[in-house]
Design a protein. Structure first.
Length: 153
C-alpha cells in the first residue's frame, strides 16, 4: 500500500459514494488506474464494504448506552452462546471483548428507556450473564471517525 492508496482510503472514509472518476480526480490519477487500485484494495479486504451513515436522531434512536457485561464463567460453550445471542440483538450495534473487570462492552442504540429495559431483560435471561452495568451517553463528541492511516507504511 503506497501513498496514493492511503490517500484514496482517506477520501473514501469521508465520502464513500464518490464515483471512480471523482475519486481519481481527488487523488490525481486517471480513472482506469484508480479503478484498478480500488478493486485491488477491495480484493485484499482493506476495503471491506460501503454503507450509509444514518441519523440516530432522525430515526428516533437517540439513546446510546454502553453496557458492560460480566459472564459467570468463560467456558467455550458459554462464550459462544453469549456471543451468538448478542449478534442477534439488533439494538447492539457493537460488541467488544475487553480486559478488566468486565468481559464485554456493548454499544446499544434504542429509542428510550423502556426499549433499553427490554434489552436488559434479554441479557438477564441469558444464564451465563453474571453482571450488567450501564453507562448512558449524554452527548456524542465524536463517533465513527476515520481510521488513522498516516502511520501506515
Amino acid at each position: 500500500m503506497d501513498r496514493i492508496d492511503r490517500q484514496m482510503l482517506v477520501v473514501l472514509q469521508q465520502e464513500g459514494r464518490l464515483s471512480t472518476v471523482e475519486l481519481a480526480e481527488r487523488v490525481a490519477l486517471s480513472p482506469s488506474p484508480c479503478a484498478r487500485r480500488l478493486k485491488r484494495l477491495e480484493d485484499l479486504g482493506i476495503i471491506s464494504g460501503y454503507r450509509a451513515v444514518l441519523s440516530r436522531q432522525r430515526l428516533q434512536l437517540a439513546t446510546t448506552v454502553f453496557v458492560n457485561v460480566r459472564l459467570m464463567h468463560h467456558r467455550e460453550d458459554a462464550v459462544r452462546l453469549f456471543e451468538e445471542a448478542v449478534v442477534l440483538m439488533e439494538e447492539v450495534i457493537a460488541c467488544h471483548v475487553v480486559s478488566g473487570a468486565f468481559d464485554y462492552l456493548l454499544e446499544v442504540v434504542v429509542r428510550d428507556l423502556p426499549d433499553y429495559e427490554k434489552l436488559v431483560r434479554k441479557l438477564q435471561f441469558l444464564a451465563m450473564v453474571q453482571d450488567i452495568t450501564s453507562n448512558f451517553a449524554i452527548r456524542t463528541v465524536k463517533s465513527g471517525g476515520p481510521l488513522p492511516l498516516n502511520g501506515l507504511a
